[in-house]
Design a protein around this ligand. Sequence first.
Ligand SMILES: CC(C)(COP(=O)(O)OP(=O)(O)OC[C@H]1O[C@@H](n2cnc3c(N)ncnc32)[C@H](O)[C@@H]1OP(=O)(O)O)[C@@H](O)C(=O)NCCC(=O)NCCS
Length: 177
Amino acid sequence: MYIKKLIGEKCYLSPIDINDAEKYAMWLNDQEIADFLTLSTAVIPVDGEREILQKMSKDHNYAIVDLKTNTLLGNVGLIDINHIHGSAEIGIFIGDKSYWNKGYGKEALSLLIDYSYKKLNLHNILLRTYDFNVRAIACYEKIGFKRIGEIRQGIQRNLEFHNIILMDILPSDFYKK
Ligand SMILES: CC(C)(COP(=O)(O)OP(=O)(O)OC[C@H]1O[C@@H](n2cnc3c(N)ncnc32)[C@H](O)[C@@H]1OP(=O)(O)O)[C@@H](O)C(=O)NCCC(=O)NCCS
């Protein structure tokens, strides 16, 4: 069951429903999706995913749900929240590939970032992505994220080394847009 916690024009963010474990496991075992994620090398059985979702659902991790059809599309969440410094790291994946490139990523991230600034009193939100993930980088830049550096040859994927791109966003970058 989904609850409309943060509502946009295309999608809304809901607390995670752990009964979606099978769907998440299907997506995360799909190598086309997993190639973009840190957990591409992890083993993800349905039972294990249920336990992970159970833990994640208690923190600021949300299901991205299509507003019109109430279809689950993926997940967006914060890790390493530090309330002393107002910092956190954000991560996202849209598992339903038919929804890629339609503005859902931008909107889901924007909903969580706005909430992070206004309700959680966060200030610096960091993310990491891979240099070959051009769609993700374009999406993040459109929201206002700035490239702040890269970890050179920080990952090996498909027989090649790739750089890990670091990007961050402050309220002044986000609300300027
Ligand atoms: C990355 C992801 C979250 C982006 O969400 P999305 O809904 O697909 O992206 P959006 O449509 O909001 O924004 C993508 C933007 O990049 C642009 N873009 C896409 N491919 C591009 C390319 N090859 N070069 C330049 N720009 C590109 C799109 O045109 C779009 O901009 P626009 O809305 O101005 O046209 C989503 O595709 C996804 O989950 N992918 C798989 C997992 C993943 O990569 N997660 C992120 C790990 S760091």
